[in-house]
Design a protein around this ligand. Structure first.
Ligand code: KIV
Ligand code: ZN
Length: 403
């Protein structure tokens, strides 16, 4: 199975929410899921239904509100355990298109110290639980956890068995972010060469960022035949986070002449390699940052406050003469407005409200009035009011943008 574009599975609401301190309530998860649907992700991993009643409710609400016929596939994570799989199946049931993602570790270190099971026991469980998930839904994803540190021959055997049991996507996690791009690319290549039935499934990457290599590793996976990438908004996730959606999508967009040929397209074809509406990227990043409370570092690629700023005189001079001298993409491509109104003491309520909306905030009238008064007080003291100032002003008064 080789789709001719890259499938994007967003796991902001599952692995992303595993960032320390990034807990989201159901209402917030639904709001993010709506924005992910506008962004155009193919699959939303909405949570881990068995983990808690709150998680179950959130997955279920996302499935109900966002999982329409032409909306994204809604997925729940489940350990390779019957009760987990049952909870996942029940939680995603309201969605028109449903996926169960089940996983079990395959590295010896996890088998010995965490699962306390033998290789043959894990092989049998993987196969049995994929088949069990398949009894609920057609679309079953299987992940051999810690694949990056697993013995390749054993990994091939488990993957072959999972596909034979009905898995339609095989996701390869570099769970601890240990591999380099050459190694991760070789892992994907090796799977394609050594698993006889691999063509019956879509191969997927799931890279963690412990060495800052998650995006590079995911790209190496794509170069070697992966056709789904798992990622999160702003790269949030367990420890140092996951592959960042905005970075991988824009790498594929800006350098598409390198990637078009591997998707079987002419090198200069303008058609996008993903279904993502890149103009929604900035807004999505702001929303996730606001609701999780996880700030985006100013120099973060694509969505950081400085990503399109030019400070040095030489760079400013070059950009004024021809922007291509120092810019590899247009800020508007990711939804950062070029003609931003500079907010200052002469700005009116409408300009203030518009900027708030661009930053992902919708305040009720009373909150807006209060925030506007505080903005005017600040504007009297400062030449211009930055996005950071605005974030500080409304931090107590967040209201979500209604559908
Ligand atoms: O990092 C990991 O191994 C995971 C799995 C559950 C896919 O998040
Ligand atoms: Zn993960």
């Amino acid at each position: 199975m080789a789709p001719n574009r890259l499938i994007i599975l967003d796991t902001t609401l599952r692995d992303g929410e595993q960032s320390p301190g990034a807990t989201l309530n159901t209402e917030e998860k639904v709001e993010i899921a709506r924005q992910l649907a506008r962004l155009g992700v193919d699959i939303i991993e909405a949570g881990f239904a068995f983990a808690s009643p709150g998680d179950f409710e959130a997955v279920s609400q996302v499935a109900r509100t966002v999982g329409s016929d032409n909306g994204p596939i809604i997925c729940s994570l489940a350990r390779a355990i019957r009760a987990d799989i049952q909870a996942a199946a029940e939680a995603i049931r309201p969605a028109a298109r449903q996926r169960i993602h089940t996983f079990i570790s395959t590295s010896d270190i996890h088998l010995e110290h965490q699962l306390r099971k033998s290789r043959s026991e894990v092989l049998a469980i993987a196969s049995e639980m994929v088949a069990y998930a398949k009894s609920f839904v057609q679309d079953v994803q299987f992940s051999p956890m810690d694949a990056g540190r697993s013995d390749p021959d054993y990994l091939y055997t488990v993957i072959e068995a999972a596909i034979a049991a009905g898995a339609t996507t095989i996701n390869i996690p570099d769970t601890v972010g240990f591999l380099t791009p050459l190694e991760f690319g070789a892992l994907i290549y090796g799977i394609r060469q050594n698993v006889p039935n691999i063509e019956q499934a879509v191969l997927s990457t799931h890279c963690h960022n412990d060495l800052g290599l998650a995006v590079a590793n995911s790209l190496a996976g794509v170069e070697n035949g992966a056709r789904q990438v798992e990622c999160t908004i702003n790269g949030i996730g367990e420890r140092a986070g996951n592959c960042s959606l905005e970075e991988i999508v824009m790498a594929l967009h800006v350098r598409r002449h390198l990637f078009n040929p591997i998707f079987g397209r002419p090198a200069d074809e303008g058609e996008a390699l993903t279904a993502i509406d890149t103009r929604q990227i900035y807004k999505t990043s702001r929303l996730v940052s606001n609701l999780t409370g996880m700030l985006v570092q100013p120099n973060k690629a694509i969505v950081g406050a400085n990503a399109f700023a030019h400070e040095s005189g030489i760079h400013q001079d070059g950009v004024l003469k021809n922007r291509l001298t120092y810019e590899i993409m247009d800020a508007e491509t990711v939804g950062v407005s070029e003609n931003r109104i500079v907010l200052g003491k002469h700005s009116g309520r409408n300009a203030f409200r518009t900027r708030l909306r661009e930053l992902g905030y919708e305040l009720g009238e009373a909150d807006l009035n209060r925030a506007f008064l505080r903005f005017k007080e600040l504007a009297d003291k400062k030449k211009s009011v930055s996005d950071w100032d605005i974030e500080a002003i409304i931090s107590d008064e967040i209201r979500l943008i209604p559908e």
